[in-house]
Design a protein around this ligand. Structure first.
Ligand SMILES: [Zn+2]
Length: 429
């Protein structure tokens, strides 16, 4: 479970006199700089905090918690000031393993590394557009197709390549399943997505239209259900569908009203294929994470638009901030707070009851959690950090590299155009 280790400090429980007298007052958290402790103030006192220290009083822990209950859910409270304390020990040491480019013969800039959904191998896209699978037996690259993804698309669907095709100079999203022999590829902020076999056959192509696509990633998720492979994909700005990859059939045919105001974004399906999460946004614009169950969607195609079965984490000024699974029902979400009072950190939310289960400050960017080591990795464009989830402590930090993927128990990154990996199984020294 998520935690925050700061057990040597005797916590004080302070609230401003206005909050103490009036439970209906506006609430504000004032972080003290010690751990994630905070005082509770009305908006007025929070705006003039330095002049009003005499307006704050110590209350019992019970009374503090009674007042705090109104604001403990970070997706409900409106404002916070001050800075929580980030715990840093950086006491882990990992050995990196270089992965040579023997299979390609030429050293090329790696565009992306993608984890295999069904094994520990990975798919690699390099600058000359070849794609290869990592063979862990020999730790060499093995070419798995005769040509580039681009050339496969040109051969199999001339129309697509003439209209748009893939642009490998822009960000690419990939999903890979070696068991099914399927690769899902799209420009992350593009209009089209494709499903290819590893032998170069185009199985499915889809479009999400052009409306506002530069603001959210192409929603895509490949999964197996009752031995059939499906792709969940954006098919319009406010619409998701499920397509059967073998037949090409859309199994969620329906009408979606133009007035349904939600731009779907990055998708996550829980490990047990129960919960589906979309990290999208609505106009003002405000980011909003929505979630519903896949079972319900199979039964009712209109589920993503149905307000009584879609749950949401209330607005954040940004979206695409990083999400990953803690368990089959609990989601880790980057950020604490709402709108302009959002803090760097990670929050734990139980989707089954829409309940907040704590947070700790620090992580930003993309995140992934490794249960066995209890380590959360946070990845920025040129750095990554490892955090122990049960204590909220940063235990490793590395800069001036390009992290690409946390897959199973390894982290892949490039440094000076070479690919390396760290194993989370390496013991700390
Ligand atoms: Zn006050």
């Amino acid at each position: 479970m998520i935690g925050y280790a700061h057990d040597t400090h005797q916590r004080e429980f302070q609230v401003c006199t206005h909050v103490r007298r009036d439970d209906d007052a506006d609430f504000c958290q004032i972080f003290t700089g010690v751990g994630i402790e905070y005082k509770i103030a009305c908006f007025d006192c929070s705006s003039h905090y330095d002049e009003r220290t005499d307006q704050f009083f110590e209350v019992s822990e019970t009374e503090f918690n009674r007042i705090a209950e109104n604001i403990e859910n970070p997706f409900q409270w409106e404002r916070a000031i001050g800075n929580p304390e980030i715990l840093i020990t950086d006491d882990l040491i990992f050995n990196r393993q270089e992965i040579p480019f023997d299979g390609l013969g030429v050293r090329n800039r790696i565009i992306q590394v993608c984890g295999d959904k069904s094994s520990s191998s990975v798919l690699v896209v390099v600058e000359d557009r070849l794609y290869s699978r990592l063979d862990f037996t020999s730790i060499r690259f093995v070419e798995i197709a005769q040509g580039s993804i681009q050339s496969i698309l040109e051969i199999t669907d001339n129309t697509i390549s003439q209209i748009s095709g893939m642009d490998f100079t822009k960000e690419v999203s990939l999903q890979y399943d070696s068991k099914a022999g399927l690769i899902v590829v799209a420009n992350t902020y593009g209009e089209f997505a494709y499903v290819l076999t590893t032998s170069g056959e185009l199985k499915l192509s889809t479009s999400r239209g052009k409306y506002q696509i530069k603001h959210s990633v192409f929603p895509l998720f490949l999964f197996e259900h009752n031995s059939v492979y499906y792709l969940i994909h954006g098919s319009d700005w406010n619409r998701l569908d499920i397509s059967n990859i073998e037949t090409g059939d859309i199994i969620t045919a329906r009408q979606v009203s133009d007035s349904f105001d939600y731009f779907h974004g990055k998708l996550l399906l829980s490990p047990n294929h129960t919960w589906l999460v979309s990290d999208g946004w609505v106009w003002a614009p405000v980011g909003m994470v929505t979630y519903w169950t896949l079972d319900r969607w199979f039964q009712d195609p209109g589920t993503p638009e149905s307000r009584d079965v879609v749950y949401s984490l209330a607005g954040r000024e940004e979206w695409g901030m990083g999400l990953c699974w803690y368990s089959d029902t609990k989601l880790l979400v980057v950020g604490y707070g709402t709108l302009d009072s959002i803090y760097h950190g990670v929050s734990l939310v139980d989707l089954e009851n829409n309940q907040f289960h704590g947070w700790f400050p620090g992580p930003t960017g993309e995140i992934s959690y490794h249960l066995e080591s209890d380590l959360l990795i946070s990845m920025e464009s040129d750095s990554f950090s490892l955090w122990k989830l049960s204590t909220g402590t940063r235990r490793f930090h590395r800069e001036n590299i390009r992290p690409l993927l946390l897959h199973q128990d390894c982290i892949y990154f490039t440094e000076d155009d070479q690919l390396f990996r760290f194993s989370l199984k390496v013991s700390p020294t």
